[in-house]
Design a binder for this molecule. Structure first.
Ligand SMILES: Cc1ncc(COP(=O)(O)O)c(C=O)c1O
Length: 433
């Protein structure tokens, strides 16, 4: 009973992340000597760019770490604006030009999102997204006393967005924003230009924000390129101007730069929006580490002059995906696993299961193949609809192709073993933490 402590309603609504719960169990088992491939969390294992380390060491050698502006260091905001403009410019894509004033530095995309929600939502306001989605959005929004709503999409039709009319049914007088994540975690879907325009038309019609979470922009696994919110053109100057007042882009160094632990993210929007969200920064964390901002600016600068780092990164994840898809064909012929277009996750549906949760815990806690097992995330956590995703898992492509192959083999053997255990009625799992 936590009520005795007289907590706020806000924290009473917050639940621990199921992804983190799996991670805690995996860590305990690792301490006990079991090898656990942690495919349950999007923690890249790829080394970060050398320039980051060199810059951090240089800055640290000055023997000082200071407060920085709550909007972020100007040099990093400038560098990030240059990186974004170069991203589109080098691909010859028409886009909204981003200036230093349009950039806010935050503590990761997580903080960028929670501060955005705090800046735009009153208690009870709603934010609409699409099932399945990155489940921590719910917690970020709950902190702002907001309510998450989700419109369903399905693996069977490639997680395509529903029609404008269908989406509109989920928009109410309390809806403050639609949030889109492309490339998508967990589905790997990249929304097309037409789908992005569909969302933009609805945002304009209902005068709500279009939040575009593009943290996986660089993680492209095939030929389809992402279409950014910054590329939108409504072919009407007045509409374009109105849309610019409604666009909020979220980005981060965590995935593309393998810098999850650096905790730096960005909000990109028109200056009045940036200034307001920056105030939330000021009154929550005060500012982001100057040392890390310095290091990160060097990493973005380095990538601008050495695009090979990102090309290599994409190749690394494509190789892992190829190995995984092949292994699935060989070891798990009965599952449905649509090939993701971007990000670095795979949704795998097991039609023979009603609920795969117990199997995931069984595989982690009770099963091993030569002392090794795999942690995966039961995908129901990514759906707001409690009846959806129950027989799906999400796996992250965060180990080498050889190890990915081994993991699929382990899952296949664990399935056989689980069926035997079920038949023998021997399920008695450790109490979840
Ligand atoms: C879609 C999406 N958005 C935001 C985040 C948060 O990223 P960060 O590490 O920058 O807080 C993640 C992290 O996994 C993510 O997958």
């Amino acid at each position: 009973m936590t009520n005795n402590y007289n907590f706020s309603d806000r924290v009473e609504w917050l639940a621990p992340s199921p992804i983190r719960k799996m991670m805690a169990i995996a860590k305990c088992l690792q301490e006990e000597g079991k090898t656990v491939y942690e495919l349950n969390i999007g923690q890249p294992d790829v080394p970060f760019i050398e320039d980051f380390k060199d810059a951090i060491c240089r800055k640290a050698s000055e023997g000082r770490a200071s407060y920085s502006p709550y909007i972020g260091e100007k040099f990093l905001r400038e560098t990030f604006a240059r990186y974004l403009n170069n991203y589109f410019g080098s691909r010859k894509l028409t886009h909204l030009l981003v200036d230093t004033d349009n950039v806010l530095v935050t503590m990761g995309a997580s903080h960028a999102l929670s501060n955005t929600f705090l800046a735009i939502c009153n208690p009870g306001d709603e934010v609409l997204t699409f099932d399945p989605f990155f489940s921590p959005y719910r917690g970020f929004l709950a902190v702002a006393n907001g309510v998450m709503k989700a419109c369903p999409t399905k693996a069977e039709n490639g997680f395509a967005l529903p029609s404008e009319e269908e989406i509109e049914k989920h928009i109410t007088s309390k809806t403050k924003a639609i949030i889109i994540n492309s490339p998508n975690n967990p589905s790997g879907k990249i929304y097309t230009q037409e789908e992005m325009e569909r969302v933009a038309r609805l945002c304009l019609k209902h005068d709500i924000y279009f939040i575009s979470d593009e943290v996986y922009r660089e993680m492209i696994l095939g030929d389809q390129q992402p279409y950014s919110v910054l590329q939108l053109d409504m072919k009407d100057e007045k509409l374009n101007q109105r849309l610019m007042d409604r666009i909020i882009l979220i980005d981060s160094c965590s995935k593309s730069f393998s810098l999850c632990g650096v905790r730096i993210g960005f909000v990109v929007a028109r200056k009045p929006i940036i200034d307001k969200i920056a105030l939330v920064n000021a009154h929550t964390v005060a500012c982001v580490s100057d040392l890390l901002q310095y290091g990160l600016a060097s990493a973005y600068d380095a990538v601008l002059s050495k695009p090979d780092y990102l090309n290599e990164l994409r190749k690394t994840y494509r190789d892992r995906l190829d190995a995984t898809m092949e292994a699935i064909k060989e070891y798990l012929p009965n599952v449905l696993a649509p090939r993701p277009a971007g990000a670095f996750y795979l949704m795998v549906k097991f039609p023979e299961f009603d609920d795969i949760d117990e199997f995931c815990h069984y595989m982690l806690e009770k099963f091993n193949m030569g002392g090794e097992t795999v942690a995966v995330t039961p995908a129901k956590t990514f759906y707001l609809d409690p009846s959806a995703g129950k027989n799906e898992i999400r796996i992250a492509l965060v180990v080498s192709p050889e190890k990915m192959r081994r993991c699929i083999q382990i899952i296949s053997e664990a399935l056989k073993s689980y069926k035997r255990y079920k038949t023998a009625g021997k399920i008695n799992l450790r109490k979840m933490l």
